[in-house]
Design a protein around this ligand. Structure first.
Ligand code: BGP
Length: 459
């Protein structure tokens, strides 16, 4: 074996409630923004497929957990749907949801699969969005209450909690780039939602601490490194702004308990600062995490802007940079994303050198493939490209650990091909192929390979 991993290394995969459960209108679940947006604009979803058609985990969790076991999972991350547990977001707890999540958690534990539970994966209850979502501070309290309910109900068995998955994405999707509901395009409102999400996170961490829970709590961030085209100061400035806006806007407050001064100055200079109320800074300082989940798919490459911004254009992050296509970059042609395995090592090194080397794991990494049926041979998807992708990233992850990074696990996105927001079933990521008509799950070559890697704790 060339790459052997530390003892107790966590091998598994990640998914989320909305993307796997299905049964969106069953079991007493309330509507989320996804149920609502689909009703309003089904055409915004790839092939008009809604999350109600997600892969039936709600009814099928037992068999699915056995499939996890079959490919060597010792850990699995999913999320608790806020609108399933508390249908109105802030009212009564739904007992059918309590039973369902208890069953899932107990089933995982009985199979020696450690549950990693996230509290928010893009799925705002509609009732909460109707009063402004994370623009409204009342919703932060409702979220903190939801978190407290989860800690009380499941904290005796769940020891790894995550407040948010990729909190920058609902900011980008919902308030900047129009790929999530409520489809607003407004930088200042986006900045407010991002800021309030940090406050909501801190409120949940604070609850966790005051309840004296026996476990660890963190957040999952998509820490896309921002690489400049060159070392020219203008290119460096462009990449630094990206890092501030997209990475450090969450990483710094969650790990260090405070915002980078440079980010505050940037927003103030452009009149985009959210309203800071008395007590906010003290609250943010209480949101420091024990553990960080890192999602990494592709690098962000940028350069200085080549043209002036149009005077009537809405103020956007792209005010500060242009995207850069590096000649000779390696691509995943099936998703149109660059593959840059060393990115994982660069993230770990940054966390080690600048963020106190806090315990972390790779909470998502993966390769989406559109039209993956074309790789079917004798009934099995021969996804050697995915095996190479995972191997390449694990090699760099291993290098990071050798140099002292506190990385304790690797989760692939995802377990079974799943429904992915507006992209629905366009890009397939799973260890298991899903037949959309029959819901049949079939292990891909990568799933079998991963079982070996997990069993040998390396490759
Ligand atoms: C991540 C999200 C996941 C998942 C994945 C794949 O950023 O955390 O929820 O959707 O992206 O996305 P896509 O299907 O758009 O390629």
């Amino acid at each position: 074996m060339n790459y052997s991993f530390p003892r107790n290394f966590r091998w598994g995969s990640a998914a989320s409630s909305t993307q796997t459960e299905g049964a969106s209108f069953e079991g007493g679940k309330g509507e989320s923004i996804w149920d609502h947006w689909y009703k309003e604009q089904p055409n915004r979803f790839h092939n008009d497929v809604s999350s109600t058609d997600a892969s039936t985990f709600y009814n099928n969790y037992k068999a699915d957990i056995q499939l996890m076991k079959d490919i060597g999972h010792n850990s699995f991350r999913t999320s608790i749907s806020w609108s399933r547990l508390i249908p109105d977001g802030a009212g009564e707890v739904n007992q059918e949801a309590v039973d369902f999540y208890n069953n899932v958690i107990n089933e995982l534990i009985s199979k020696n699969i450690e549950p990693f539970i996230c509290l928010y994966h893009f799925d705002m209850p509609l009732a909460m969005q109707n009063i402004g979502g994370f623009e409204n501070r009342e919703v932060l309290d409702a979220y903190a209450h939801f978190a407290e309910v989860c800690f009380k109900l499941f904290g005796d068995r769940v020891k790894n909690w995550f407040t948010f998955n990729e909190p920058i994405v609902p900011v980008e999707g919902g308030y900047l780039y129009d790929f999530h509901y409520p489809n607003v395009v407004d930088f200042k409102r986006a900045a407010t939602v991002a800021y309030h999400t940090v406050l909501a996170h801190a409120k949940a961490v604070d609850k966790y601490r005051t309840m004296n829970c026996d476990g660890q709590i963190g957040i999952i961030l998509n820490l896309t490194p921002s690489y400049p085209r060159s070392q020219n100061p203008a290119d460096l400035k462009a990449s630094n702004v990206c890092d501030l806006l997209f990475n450090r806007s969450f990483l710094d407050p969650c790990v260090k308990g405070e915002y980078p001064q440079e980010l505050i100055e940037l927003l103030a200079q452009h009149e985009q600062m959210p309203i800071v109320e008395p007590g906010d800074c003290e609250l943010i300082a209480k949101g420091k995490i024990d553990v960080l989940g890192v999602n990494y798919y592709q690098p962000r490459r940028v350069k200085a802007r080549e043209n002036a911004v149009h005077p009537d254009a809405p103020f956007m992050p792209e005010h500060f940079f242009d995207y850069y296509e590096m000649p000779g970059r390696k691509m995943n042609p099936h998703r149109g994303w660059e593959i840059y395995e060393k990115g994982v090592y660069d993230i770990l090194t940054n966390l080690r050198e600048n963020y106190g080397n806090l315990p972390c794991y790779i909470s998502e990494n993966g390769m989406g493939v559109e039209g993956e049926e074309k790789f079917l041979v004798d009934g099995q998807i021969q996804d050697d490209y995915r095996i190479n992708f995972i191997r390449g990233h694990l090699e760099w992850l291993h290098q990071g650990i050798e140099e002292g990074s506190a990385c304790f696990g690797y989760h692939l996105w995802t377990f079974i091909d799943n429904w992915s927001w507006a992209n629905a079933y366009k890009n397939r990521y799973g260890f298991y192929q899903l037949d959309l008509k029959t819901q049949k799950r079939s292990v891909k070559k990568s799933g079998e390979w991963y079982a070996q890697v997990s069993q040998n704790n390396g490759f």
